[in-house]
Design a protein around this ligand. Structure first.
Ligand SMILES: [Zn+2]
Length: 137
């Protein structure tokens, strides 16, 4: 059975070791990519990710899809954007999710983390085509 969103969040937090805004961004990106690309959180051999950050969010992608460097299913391409390109190997469908940023005015780290979790996919991410220069292998 697919994990519920809460089960996935608990697994993600345990994998990362702490709860933070960055992890929440990665978790939400994983949920959105799953929906857009018909991915599964159970099959760890289908998703490939090119992450444009090497910070906390990447752990959420690892926990959700089993992507990792050893399996050649996780690549880091530091561009300065908080963006994640994902590919469904089974269908060939791919998408680039770019974090747009939330208005954090007056929010502490904790409140920011919760605001990210509670925001809609549309508020958080722009959906783009994967740049042609990106290679998933
Ligand atoms: Zn973190």
């Amino acid at each position: 059975m697919e994990p519920t969103d809460l089960e996935l969040w608990e697994k993600t937090a345990e994998f990362h070791g702490h709860i933070c805004p960055g992890l929440s961004i990665g978790y939400k990106a994983a949920l959105y990519a799953k929906e857009l690309l018909d991915l599964s959180f159970q099959d760890s051999n289908v998703a490939v990710c090119i992450s444009e950050t090497d910070k906390c969010p990447i752990d959420a992608i690892k926990a959700a899809f089993g992507c990792n460097e050893e399996k050649n299913s996780l690549f880091v391409n530091l561009t300065g954007d908080m963006a994640f390109s994902l590919l469904n190997r089974a269908t060939g469908k791919s998408v680039r999710l770019v974090y747009k940023g939330l208005n954090a005015e007056g929010l502490d780290r904790n409140e920011m983390q919760k605001a990210i979790i509670n925001a809609s996919h549309y508020e958080l991410f722009a959906v783009e085509a994967v740049p042609e220069s990106y290679s998933f292998s």
